[in-house]
Write a protein that binds this ligand. Sequence first.
Ligand SMILES: NC(=O)CCC(=O)C(=O)O
Length: 275
Amino acid sequence: MYKDFKLGLCQMSVSMSKEENLSKAAELIGSAVSSGCNVVVLPECFNSPYGTKYFADYAEDISNPDSPTLSALKSIAIQHSIYIVGGSIPEKRGDKYFNTSMIFNPSGEIIGVHRKIHLYDMDVPGGIRCFESDVLSPGDQATIVETEYCKFGIGICYDIRFPEYAWTLSRDESVGILLYPGCFNMTTGPKHWELLMRARAVDNVVFVAGCSQARNTEASYVSWGHSIIVDPWGQHESIDEKEGILIKDIKFQELVNVRNSIWNRKHKRFDVYRQ
Ligand SMILES: NC(=O)CCC(=O)C(=O)O
């Protein structure tokens, strides 16, 4: 059911130029592959600055196989023969916009498309104020993709705050890892990013990874960074706020050991819980 692999999270710095962002993604993925990664993840909004004012201008129609980001990621997946969780991009679909992640297999085929389910609307006095729902529509599907290593559960950033969603993904035993492209900010990042990633790992006895944009203090939305990989014990490795790659061997014996000794997955009391 599980096969070990090497995971690389590309914490990239995103600029105003889509072209530059696509070449940066190619460069970082190339470095991750040189270090032996079989699965590489990009951040939320990796081809566009994060922010509702940018989404329409950077959006792509992914039903068109020649759309620039889709075709770039497809070629990179084929070139290196790896899985790519393509962060997310603003997607235009009919007259609606979504925050969308495309997942590619080593043959360059799209094996999953996740549209962010929980839109990030938040207003913290003196801190972050963001209303994705001004522009975006929410996705309505839980996304699980099948790979030769295990099934991956996919969420985007704010989706991490919802334990019900993480359980929806990880109740299938063959889901060994939850992957969240993200872009927390300087208000909630320091307080909640690591906490939420570790909580979801321990709740579900699963690996969890959050791949952030690198911090750009010139941007209108300043990313927290600190891409992170958590094991099923809740132990984590992370990097700082700068551009870089976090690499870890994902070894499933650890997951099996914890599931065999801590039984919270089996002790759930759906007869007591209320919706
Ligand atoms: N882009 C996002 O979804 C940000 C989520 C976030 O920062 C949070 O606190 O939640």
